[in-house]
Design a protein around this ligand. Structure first.
Ligand SMILES: Nc1ncnc2c1ncn2[C@@H]1O[C@H](COP(=O)(O)OP(=O)(O)OP(=O)(O)O)[C@@H](O)[C@H]1O
Ligand SMILES: [Mg+2]
Length: 228
């Protein structure tokens, strides 16, 4: 789909494409940032499975040394996460063990090699911020190099970023990417409400401000009240 001269790739998140002129610029690198339990992994999984549903090739890179079964067990509690895509349209790759013993440059090479092997047009790295805490090298330099390399592929990459209490978004990686989407939890009366905000999306006249979201077993993250 072409909108305003940019090819677009549907996010797979109900309601979000209408906020960003039809989808993510293709290719691009987008950070989805939020606190613990804000829905980052669910967002990234839905992005991937909706692509798989269209026969697209996807690559899911975990940085947490989690076995593939763990990812699958989490994902398949959602109706959209069909097991049959796993190992075919969706390739799982665990980067966790490499992170402790490799330099930033070596990690970038490992990621590039895996992308060349799978040739995905949807990539997820979940969560990217853990690399910052494990790497001895300069994380800001790494973040720029990673974003630059990822943009050379015909793919949209979702990086998930953990936001720590007191910070708005993970600063180092935010400057390097094309788009930043925040997922937030906030207190309103007795309820914990969930929100989404598009902080930036290069080349896109995106909606600004917080929009309510819900997480459902059927669709994962859905935007409830976009003001179109
Ligand atoms: N089946 C479900 N129905 C409704 N809400 C759910 C369901 N499963 C999970 N959630 C909600 O989604 C949240 C977890 O989302 P997710 O794991 O995607 O967050 P995350 O941002 O990746 O968290 P972390 O920082 O721990 O990685 C839960 O805290 C819960 O509120
Ligand atoms: Mg997560």
């Amino acid at each position: 789909m072409i909108e305003n001269g940019f090819p677009r790739l549907s996010s797979g998140i109900p309601g979000l494409d209408d906020m960003i002129e039809g989808g993510f610029p293709y290719p691009s690198v987008v950070l989805v940032a939020g606190g613990a339990g804000s829905g980052k992994t669910t967002f990234a999984q839905k992005f991937m499975f909706s692509g798989a549903e269209n026969g697209e090739q996807c690559l899911y890179i975990s940085t947490l040394s989690e076995p593939a079964q763990w990812m699958l067990r989490y994902a398949t509690q959602f109706e959209f996460a069909k097991r049959e895509f796993y190992g075919k349209e969706i390739v799982y790759f665990d980067l966790g063990l490499e992170l402790r013993k490799r330099s930033g440059e070596e990690i970038l090479d490992i990621i590039d090699k895996k992308i060349a092997e799978v040739m995905p047009n949807r990539i997820v790295i979940d969560p990217i911020t853990v690399v910052g805490t494990m790497m001895k090298d300069d994380y800001r330099v790494f973040a720029f190099d990673l974003a630059t390399r990822l943009k050379n592929w015909q793919a949209v990459t979702i990086l998930t970023g953990e936001v720590h209490p007191g910070e708005l978004y993970p600063a180092e990686i935010s400057y390097a990417v094309d788009g930043v989407i925040l997922l937030m939890l906030s207190d309103e009366g007795d309820a914990r409400r969930k929100y989404i905000e598009v902080l930036k999306m290069r080349g896109t006249n995106h909606l600004t401000g917080k929009q309510s979201v819900d997480i459902t077993r059927k669709d994962g993250v859905i935007v409830l009240k976009a003001r179109f």
